[in-house]
Design a protein around this ligand. Structure first.
Ligand code: DGT
Ligand code: CA
Ligand code: ZN
Length: 502
């Protein structure tokens, strides 16, 4: 049984520190007296300055749990890739939505904004009634839960078996909108919402939107209601990274972001002709049935001199073309397009000669070697080749394991726009290349993007959603993304460049 702290000794809300696993009222008293902290802000500063180390009654585990509960235990080198966080987040949502106390639950934080890496999982939960003990008991027994780190009236923090932290923010029906908006962030975006709210006589808080005139919280059952009170258009989570779009949201000028349903086909796929695991026929039939809104899919096996292992050799090309023709004949139309991914060699030349390149429907040129040198010249030369339609994973980064190589992007994007060469948003979880910032720069230069999955297995076609997130965070609309167009329109783009289509 936990003892509540004596408020004569423990100032204000700091008694909530006893919500943290292993932190007794006596330990909170030690913290307050020995560090002289009186509120959460002072406590946060003291924890950041590692002053907890000087308190003998705290074990290392105590100190760690305090840092975890205050979100001060984040490690920039160990952020989870978006895909992995999404899989685990979905499993948590699936579990808690089965509890009768849970009326609504939604991702918040960086996971909802679709950032490429995630520090921790945030979930806003609408709970029925005030008895939250049962909920806590059930959360403790979810398959993914290792242990509960902190449990208070409005916030629960758990450690997952993989050491990731997940936070639940508990609210009710009337405050769900503002609470979800607050915990979706980002921090920078919240600061600007706080000042917009202040100008209108409100206070934007984690617990709701507080009306200073009437001294009460406004009812905000969903985020749309908060935006309406603040006289802003609904701003999708992906656009809530900074403050730049607040004026646009006020003047009805937010971009109409691209959606997954607008995608008409996947444009980078590897089959068993190179390093993929499935035949073309199996991939085609799978994609055709699982993604009914797709109208085409482009097979782009590696025709490489630099890769070891299985690649498409020049004398395979006509046999692969015959196989694709048979599949298309059976399907009744040209669903499968003939593409290829070639290497951009060190001198900027390509791994297939032009007379072979020009026989393909779609040619992706990618850097697969020399990842540390400045690759501007190689990319420029590849764009200049009239048979190259797209640059694959243009920056070369691998999240967590390889930095992007140096490139003068102003030059490359200007060249891509001038030559009508598309840039890829490769949606593999460890690539997400181009990233959101570079995509923003690319579209500002009039460059078209292609979002594709680089699928080597059937399950990897699901990565498309990650690429959509990158594009949306960059503010891309349908017109910026080539594979939201019909194949006929893509043919026009291939022949006449970016001005050929809207
Ligand atoms: P992460 O977890 O590092 O990937 O990034 P976020 O954006 O998920 O940040 P996190 O988990 O620290 O907090 C979730 C959201 O809660 C954050 O995006 C905005 C909101 N938030 C948290 N702390 C503060 C704060 O001190 N001030 C304001 N204005 N917002 C906060
Ligand atoms: Ca987070
Ligand atoms: Zn590649």
């Amino acid at each position: 049984m936990k003892t509540r702290a004596n408020t004569n000794v423990i100032p204000g809300t700091l008694e909530q520190l006893t919500d943290i696993r292993g932190i007794t009222a006596d330990k909170v008293k030690d913290i307050c007296q020995q560090l002289g902290v009186c509120n959460w802000r002072e406590l946060t500063t003291a924890v950041t300055l590692e002053q907890l180390e000087g308190i003998p009654s705290l074990t290392p585990e105590n100190r760690r749990n305090i840092r975890r509960a205050l979100k001060l235990d984040k490690d920039a080198d160990h952020r989870l890739q978006l895909w992995d966080a999404m899989i685990q987040g979905k499993e948590i949502l699936h579990s808690i939505r089965q509890f009768p106390e849970v009326k609504r639950a939604s991702f918040a934080g960086s996971l909802r904004r679709g950032k490429d890496t995630i520090g921790d999982i945030d979930i806003v939960v609408q709970v029925a009634g005030t008895d939250r003990k049962k909920l806590l008991y059930k959360i403790d027994r979810m398959p993914l839960t290792d242990r509960i780190i902190a449990a208070g009236k409005s916030r629960i923090c758990i450690l997952l078996h993989n050491q990731l932290l997940a936070y639940f923010y508990l609210t009710d029906q009337q405050h769900y909108g503002a609470t979800l908006l607050y915990y979706t962030g980002s921090n920078r975006y919240n600061f600007s919402l706080e000042s917009v709210a202040a100008q209108k006589g409100y206070r934007f808080e984690p617990d709701g939107l507080f009306d200073l005139k009437n001294n009460q919280y406004l009812s905000t059952e969903n985020e749309e209601e908060v935006f309406r009170h603040l006289l802003l258009d609904y701003t999708p989570p992906e656009l809530r990274e900074g403050q730049e779009l607040i004026p646009a949201a006020n003047q009805h000028k937010l971009p109409s972001l691209v959606t997954f349903n607008q995608v008409r086909g996947d444009m980078q796929i590897h089959t068993s002709w190179s390093d993929g695991e499935e035949s073309i026929a199996r991939m085609a039939h799978y994609v055709f049935s699982v993604f009914p809104h797709y109208q085409y899919m482009v097979v782009t096996d590696h025709a490489s001199r630099e890769r070891t292992g299985h690649v498409l050799r020049p004398d395979d090309i006509s046999r692969q073309a015959a196989e694709i023709k048979d599949i298309n004949d059976a399907m009744g139309y040209d669903y499968v397009k003939r593409g290829v991914e070639v290497d951009i060699l060190e001198n900027g030349e390509l791994s297939l000669p032009d007379d072979l390149l020009k026989t393909f429907d779609w040619v992706i040129a990618s850097v697969h070697s020399h990842f540390t040198k400045d690759n501007t010249a190689r990319l420029l030369k590849a764009c200049d080749n009239p048979y190259v339609h797209c640059i694959g994973h243009p920056s070369g980064r691998l999240i967590g394991s390889r930095q992007p190589y140096p490139v003068d992007w102003d030059q490359v994007f200007a060249k891509a726009a001038a030559t009508g060469t598309a840039m890829e948003i490769n949606a593999r979880p460890n690539r997400l290349d181009l990233n959101d910032t570079l995509v923003k720069q690319a579209i500002a230069n009039g460059v078209k993007l292609v979002i594709d999955t680089d699928a080597h297995t059937l399950a990897q076609f699901d990565f498309m959603q990650l690429g959509i997130w990158v594009a949306r965070r960059a503010g891309c609309c349908h017109a910026d993304i080539l594979n939201t167009f019909t194949w006929e329109e893509i043919e026009k783009f291939k022949h006449s460049g970016r001005n050929a289509i809207a």
